[in-house]
Design a protein around this ligand. Structure first.
Ligand SMILES: Nc1ncnc2c1ncn2[C@@H]1O[C@H](COP(=O)(O)OP(=O)(O)OP(=O)(O)O)[C@@H](O)[C@H]1O
Ligand SMILES: [Mg+2]
Length: 655
């Protein structure tokens, strides 16, 4: 009931004493004045009789307490002021009760009634109304700000009581853990982590008394979050403590580390591949020098031993083993992105189509080969021979995964990898690519296998069946070609390997490079200056060159070669190693020599050819390179190519 309109009923109990006729008019006047004052007073005024009942209740009281005077009169004063009987002070702040049950703090002043000492007149005023409401509003606003902050932050935030029972569970937590707030409120926070993490959470909460001056307790890393569906995720917990309504509460912030962990794993994987690449590249380089000597000398021996077929057979064995070794080091170099690539614009549809017969002959009959060509396919910028080798390797892997037969599909398409793809695969440059996808419906791979397949020598095949270099080579080749490889595999269902090769900008000529058809040709009397720091390789090369009819001058480093230049000694061809000690590389030597003798032909050789890899070879692609290990036939063919080509017109320093 709302307070009724005020009446002067309250003055009923005020008894003006009539003494005589003279004073009566004064008394009447003062009584009505008093009545008016009480009626109009901004403070609440009430009178409590000796029986502790309310005997007067002015309009301000009605506004303050919500009772009408009619309702209040005759009621026990404790209805208004529960502690009335314990109020010793005449003027004090006390808790009062409104009609609707809410409480308010009032300033209460009392005095004995002049008319009846047993009655008490009381004035009440709501305490510092403006100050209090301002403070309350500030608190309400601060609370609202904190609540909004808690709900809008990306991190999970949980407030618990001192026992760890959840009291607030923000929106981010709902997303992270999959619970609605009402499913977790009042339950212990340790429900959000597997049992193994419960101790860590408990001990974090036990450290509540060790909080710093900002209330921070500490952070626990390496925790695991447990979702409603039983799934888990890596998380970090930071806890702090504060006080709410006089009770300690814990604030727990939760950071989902899933993305960070993926990034770290990808980074670690990339670093591992880089290190293994450097290591294997270095080993392969040194092995190439050794193999050059082994294979070359074995061939030479075999040539010389025509009369001793038994020994000639042994020499041929050495040569074959050396060549197998050379193939392995070649794959290692491919993995470490240090093989010599000759990228050209390749029509991948044509290349895949031309491989069909080879694949049909190579793969078992129970493998169905499906090829689907993408329409209007762009040319890809890649080394066609290496691309064929990659496709063959992947097809063989597919066959091995389809022991009972199956389907091998090779498809091509134009694709654009955009920035969003890059955000998942940071080493991918956004742009246009030609995609070659090789899919099988074989055994597929588990996550453990998938994580390691690109590592060199990682194989699940029995000894002798696989070297574990197939995918490493594919990986290195595609990376070196500025492309990207992705693997998708489902155990039991199959695997798709996608090769993304950079698409050639319009205008470049297309079509795979024509394979060499140079025959072994002897010298026409030219002189070769050979520069090679490895004495074994040098003497092998000298032997080969002489047997091919070339005149030979040998130098063991760049300085020796420059000396020969200074001496004006005649030679037609400079045949130099690229990486040499002594501060002058094969490139620099070639540049200097070509400047001095513009007619000079140059042939470079290297265990790896960093300088010629795609992207770094700008301006130098036209220079001939012979990769180690090389055989006499390779050397003879390459030298003829060089002699018959035009001289290296522009070896530019800036390149
Ligand atoms: N298509 C595939 N399906 C299932 N597993 C595969 C597939 N391709 C590769 N693998 C797995 O990856 C491993 C590594 O493959 P990779 O081609 O590098 O080496 P390999 O085939 O074992 O030996 P290599 O190719 O040198 O003869 C394989 O041993 C196999 O376990
Ligand atoms: Mg393989």
């Amino acid at each position: 009931m709302t307070p009724t309109s005020t009446q002067c009923r309250e003055t009923r109990e005020v008894h003006p004493h009539r003494r005589d006729d003279e004073t009566m008019s004064f008394d009447n006047a003062s009584a009505s004045l008093l009545r008016a004052l009480v009626h109009a007073a901004p403070d609440g005024i009430f009178l409590v009789d000796r029986h502790q009942r309310i005997a007067l209740f002015n309009p301000a009281c009605e506004g303050l307490f919500g009772w009408s005077a009619r309702e209040a009169l005759g009621e026990d004063v404790a209805t208004l002021i529960p502690d009335w009987r314990q109020q010793p002070a005449l003027r004090s702040q006390v808790q009062a009760r409104r009609r609707d049950g809410t409480t308010l703090t009032v300033t209460l002043a009392t005095a004995a009634s002049a008319a009846d000492a047993a009655s008490i007149v009381a004035t009440v005023r709501e305490r510092d109304i403006t100050e209090q409401s301002r403070a309350e509003r500030a608190i309400r606003e601060a609370d609202a700000r904190v609540a909004t902050l808690i709900q809008t932050v990306d991190n999970g935030v949980i407030l618990t009581d001192r026992l760890g029972r959840i009291k607030t569970f923000n929106l981010a937590c709902r997303r992270l853990f999959g619970y609605q707030a009402d499913e977790v409120i009042d339950r212990h926070i340790s429900m959000l982590a597997p049992a193994a993490n419960a101790d860590a959470i408990q001990s974090l909460l036990r450290r509540g008394n060790q909080a710093d001056e900002h209330g921070r307790i500490g952070t626990v890393r390496g925790m695991t979050g447990l979702r409603r569906d039983g799934g888990t995720f890596p998380m970090e917990l930071s806890a702090g403590t504060t006080v709410q309504d006089g009770e300690p509460v814990f604030v727990v912030a939760i950071q989902d580390l899933t993305d960070r962990k993926h990034t770290e794993e990808r980074l670690a994987q990339a670093q591992k591949m880089e290190i293994v690449g450097q290591l294997s590249g270095g080993i392969a380089h040194d092995f190439n020098n050794l193999l050059t000597v082994i294979v070359g000398n074995a061939e030479f021996l075999a040539d010389q031993l025509k009369a001793r077929q038994d020994l000639r057979g042994l020499a041929c064995e050495i040569s074959r083993a050396g060549q197998r070794g050379a193939e392995l080091t070649q794959r290692l170099l491919a993995f470490s992105r240090r093989q010599t690539l000759k990228p050209v614009a390749v029509d991948c549809n044509e290349l895949v189509s031309s491989m069909h017969d080879l694949l049909r002959r190579t793969l078992r009959e129970d493998i169905v080969i499906d090829i689907a060509f993408g329409a209007e396919l762009c040319a890809a910028f890649a080394d066609p021979a290496q691309l064929e080798s990659a496709i063959l390797n992947l097809s063989l892997n597919a066959q091995d995964a389809m022991l009972g037969g199956g389907r091998l599909s090779i498809t091509t398409a134009n694709v654009t990898l955009d920035a969003s793809y890059q955000s998942l695969n940071q080493d991918v440059r956004p742009g246009d690519y030609v995609l070659i996808a090789i899919t099988d419906n074989g055994s597929g791979m588990s996550k453990e296998v998938l994580d390691r397949v690109f590592e060199p020598f990682y194989t699940t095949k029995e000894v002798g069946k696989g070297s574990g270099l197939g995918l490493s080579m594919v990986y290195g080749f595609v990376k070196q070609s500025n492309g990207h490889v992705s693997l998708y595999s489902e155990p039991g269902l199959g695997t798709t390997v996608r090769l993304y090769l950079p698409a050639v900008a319009a205008g470049r000529p297309t079509g795979p490079e024509r394979p060499d058809s140079v025959e072994r040709l002897a010298s026409r009397g030219e002189v070769v200056l050979i520069v090679e720091d490895d004495p074994f390789v040098r003497s092998y090369a000298v032997m080969c060159l002489r047997s091919l009819g070339y005149g030979v001058i040998a130098a063991s480093d760049g300085a020796g070669a420059l000396q020969t230049l200074d001496d004006d000694t005649h030679f037609d061809i400079l045949f130099t190693d690229v990486v040499m000690p002594g501060g002058i590389s094969g490139w620099e030597l070639a540049e200097t020599a070509s400047r001095r003798r513009p007619d000079l032909r140059v042939l470079l050789t290297s265990g790896y050819a960093l300088e010629t890899i795609a992207g770094r070879s700008h301006g130098r692609e036209h220079l001939a390179i012979l990769t180690k290990p090389y055989r006499k036939a390779d050397l003879a063919r390459k030298l003829r190519e060089v002699v018959e080509s035009s001289p290296p017109a522009a070896i530019c320093r800036e390149c």
